[in-house]
Design a protein around this ligand. Sequence first.
Ligand SMILES: [Zn+2]
Length: 128
Amino acid sequence: MARQHTKEDRLDMLLELGGGLCAWCGFDLARPQSRPTRDLLVPKVKGGPPRLENEVASCGACNQLRGSTSPSQFIEKSRGERMLEPNATLVADQLESLDAAIANEGGMRKIRDYVTREAKRCRQLAAG
Ligand SMILES: [Zn+2]
């Protein structure tokens, strides 16, 4: 069974995982005006659970801009329109962890295919 963490614990852990930077734009989230947030990779509206493997640290602006855009689409959009380099490796790592958690724990049927598909796409985007 996965350990449950408070939201504050998870934000700290996500900041550490992401090297203190926004996963999407690389903004330094230690800066006082940065509003670090937990961004759900599988959005809440699509049934994404609020758990560590489904989250990355993100600045408030990227979180808001992304909305319910899929992680792979947002990586492509960020590279294209925004000329930014998201941390696609981190996003792929998280989605693969979530995919593994679903395989181990069962449940989450509604998001299973989405997670598998997005993990593959983001891994491809991370590779080039
Ligand atoms: Zn950002």
